[in-house]
Design a protein around this ligand. Structure first.
Ligand SMILES: [Zn+2]
Length: 268
């Protein structure tokens, strides 16, 4: 079991670690240690931390967790097919943590810890509550199929229990690593310099998280699921009536796929 790194680079000599990436590596290792109980679980996993070099790598987020045997894995491998040749025993990694160039290049340690801890917490969630994880994939892809919900996607993402839990944990870990003052300062800076409303909402959400209040992920996830369960089952039936795969919209196909994965762990 190991936590390994891959630093993608533009260099002709091949991919190599730059000075800045030594820091990135250290931050990951330090962050894992601060998970305390969780760090033992994390150290038992095969994790590849992949640092992006490209500015627009089709993954429009600061970081992302990709898990083998989940819907997002296939799409990720399609986008980064070269990893299969570049990384030894690539298929042995069950978890891939994608870190964007933005986080990789930024000097602020708090920003790095917040992003990395968020993704690490998703691994712990997946190990402890697999159902919830697959359920979340169903919900998110369902929201995509609904025109009326598309405008709220970012908000639904922030409200979804696995994300509330990951944001809370990452804030807590960042405070442990860097101290509350530096964490608060970074959050204020990000809010002030936000490039879009969504960006501002993202950081405001982190600012107002109450990390002292305990969060029952299982209970909250059930509540969130209950809101949408009936309507998403209706939607699933409606899509399945189309029968022919060529009649399906891309979003509908993705939604059905997420349902399939979920029903493998639990009946939908
Ligand atoms: Zn997340």
């Amino acid at each position: 079991m190991s936590i390994d790194f891959y630093f993608w680079s533009s260099s002709r000599k091949g991919d190599s670690i730059s000075e800045n990436d030594e820091l990135n590596k250290e931050v990951v290792e330090e962050t894992i240690k601060k998970f305390e109980d969780g760090s033992a679980i994390l150290k038992e996993q095969n994790i590849l931390v992949f640092f992006d070099w490209m500015c627009f790598s089709l993954i429009h987020s600061l970081g992302r967790l990709i898990i083998k045997d989940t819907p997002s894995y296939k799409t990720f491998i399609y986008k980064f097919a070269f990893l299969k040749f570049k990384v030894k025993n690539f298929s042995d990694y069950k978890f891939i943590i994608y870190i964007s160039r933005k986080v990789r290049k930024e000097d602020d340690k708090v920003f790095k810890v917040l992003t990395i801890a968020h993704e690490l917490q998703h691994i712990i969630q997946f190990i402890n509550f697999k159902d919830i994880y697959y359920q979340n994939a169903v919900l998110m892809s369902y929201f995509w199929t609904r025109e009326n919900l598309k405008n709220e996607l970012n908000e639904l993402y922030r409200k979804s229990p696995i994300h509330v839990d990951a944001f809370k944990k990452s804030k807590l870990i960042a405070i442990k690593v860097c101290g509350i003052e530096r964490v608060d300062n970074l959050i204020e800076k990000k809010i002030d310099n936000a490039m879009s409303e969504n960006d501002r909402n993202y950081w405001s959400n982190i600012k107002y998280l109450d990390i002292k209040k305990s969060y029952d992920l299982q209970k909250e996830a059930q509540k969130f699921w209950d809101i949408y369960e009936d309507e998403l089952i209706l939607k699933k039936d409606e899509i399945e009536k189309k029968k022919k795969i060529s009649e399906l919209e891309y979003e509908e196909e993705t939604f059905l796929e997420a349902c399939e994965y979920y029903s493998k762990t639990r009946r939908l």
